[in-house]
Design a protein around this ligand. Structure first.
Ligand code: GLN
Length: 484
């Protein structure tokens, strides 16, 4: 197996044993990028020059046995809505094409303290709104398994580069599924932690009550390593959690609930088959599988498309040509703002701002936004009650395998439906992980999603790691005749 596909702990051991140098690993991923990027377009920007120097410094630290942390010399790709000081943060929007961040996001500071290298910034749907990267102002990312198909979104770039081997791991953000859905489409692991466990400071806000940063990796253990390097209270993020003790689900003889509503209409036979396959494997290990009903999950798209646009319409008001955004001049200040916003935002972003402004407007607030908030609390209760009985929940991550470019962009409802299985975890704030488990009848990756109660992230990761070894999914995409 290529070094860039090894678990980070093994790479670290090779560094420590002086069998591999960080600069050699970096050269390997960069060479991989040279082959794959022109086909995949996962990175918007690659940081080559400065990384060579950084990797050589990392070499020296390992030579002296003084590596900074377990991520020293590990090339990680960063979604381009997370700030790295001195580099552009475009959010794949024309609005921010000239914006250079003056500061590091907390997650970046924490990964830098561990010695991580950043390969560059990855492509996304504009302001993280979308499920395919087709909404990027800088062109879409292609799925490494089949370039006629989307890599998922919004963190499509972050998932594609890990799958293609031009980064060892990446960071994405997940508001309604943007880590898990692209991870599933690209055959890699995607983890959305409990809301508030990882600081959002320095992440460009989309819908603040739902946004969460998390890792996309080749292995569950890498997700655990990166999550634990980033997590922890941050005074700069008002919603950041102070670590609290929660009752942990069982690792052995656990009870696992298949969510009935996520195995019905709209879910492909292939996706259902994958859940049943995994359930059988778990049963053989001594776990108990039951069917559970969470009726409000059926409402999750409607709830999400009121709450997320409402919050985005407020969050995106700062892009006005005065505070942020490429200014387009006008004869009055309001004309300037109008032109700035008309020119800077793409159609999906405009649509969400309009939807959100409407849902929040005086005469409709209670009927739309207020109702959505109530339904969200009820949904949280449904989940909390179910977790009284089961340790974990299982579902497909996505209703189907990766779709083709253009296939859903003309049918917004269908596009929105592709997040049916992932949105509930955001609405209830609980952790969820997508683990690749097999290939569809078309030879494309499929995954299952495992969920657990709030603040049980590390137990969920431990459980997922045992599931990962049970499933033993080892297929890799082939790009230009070369296996990743
Ligand atoms: N696809 C969903 C949307 O379009 C989720 C996006 C996300 O999680 N950032 O809003």
């Amino acid at each position: 197996m290529a070094n860039y596909k090894l678990p980070i702990s093994q790479i670290n051991q090779l560094f420590k044993n002086k069998e591999l140098k960080p600069s050699e690993l970096y050269a390997e991923t960069f060479e991989r990028a040279a082959i794959t990027e022109s086909i995949i377009h996962g990175h918007l920007e690659l940081f080559q020059e400065e990384n060579l120097k950084k990797a050589l410094n990392s070499d020296k630290r390992y030579e002296k046995g003084k590596n900074l942390g377990n991520l020293d010399g590990i090339p990680i790709a960063i979604k381009d809505n997370i700030n790295i000081s001195g580099y552009a943060t475009t959010c794949s929007s024309k609005m921010l094409s000239n914006y250079i961040s003056p500061y590091d996001a907390t997650v970046i500071t924490r990964l830098k303290n561990e010695g991580a290298l950043f390969t560059g910034k990855t492509n996304l749907d504009e302001f993280a709104m979308g499920s395919s990267t087709e909404n990027s102002a800088f062109g879409p990312t292609k799925n490494p398994w089949d370039t006629s198909r989307v890599p998922g979104g919004s963190s499509g770039g972050s998932a594609a580069v890990v799958s293609a081997g031009s980064a060892i791991a990446s960071l994405g953000s997940d508001t309604g599924g943007s880590i898990r859905q692209p991870a599933s489409f690209c055959g890699v692991v995607g983890f959305k932690p409990t809301y508030g466990t990882v600081s959002r400071f320095g992440l460009v806000a989309f819908a603040s009550s739902l946004d969460q940063i998390g890792p996309i990796t080749n292995h569950v253990e890498d997700a655990r390593l990166i999550f634990n390097s980033m997590k922890g209270h941050d005074p700069s993020d008002a919603t950041s959690l102070i670590e609290s003790k929660a009752k942990q689900p069982k690792l052995k003889n656990a009870k696992i609930g298949i969510i009935k509503e996520l195995m019905e209409d709209g879910i492909s036979e292939d996706a259902k088959k994958e859940v049943h396959k995994v359930a059988k494997l778990l049963e053989a290990e001594g776990h108990e599988i039951v069917e559970v009903s969470l009726p409000l999950t059926k409402m999750s798209i409607s709830i999400y498309y009121l709450i997320a646009p409402a919050e985005c319409s407020a969050n995106l008001s700062r892009f006005d040509g005065v505070r942020y955004g490429n200014r387009v001049s006008g004869s009055t200040s309001s004309e300037m703002m109008e032109l700035t916003r008309a020119n800077g935002f793409g159609p999906e972003v405009k649509k969400r701002i309009l939807l959100g402004t409407y849902a929040l407007s005086a005469g409709y607030y209670d009927a739309y936004y207020g109702q959505a908030l109530k339904a969200r609390s009820m949904m949280k209760k449904e989940f909390t009650d179910v977790y009284e009985d089961v340790d974990y929940l299982i579902s497909p991550t996505t209703p189907s395998d990766p779709f083709k470019f253009g296939e859903k962009s003309d049918n917004q409802l269908e596009m929105y439906m592709s997040d049916l299985c992932t949105i509930p975890a955001n609405l209830v704030g609980m952790p969820a992980i997508s683990i690749p488990t097999g290939l569809s009848s078309q030879g494309l990756p499929l995954s299952v999603q495992i969920m657990s109660p709030s603040n049980t992230d590390n137990t969920l990761l431990d459980f997922s790691e045992s599931l990962e070894s049970l499933v033993a999914f080892s297929d890799k995409p082939v790009i230009n005749g070369v296996v990743s």
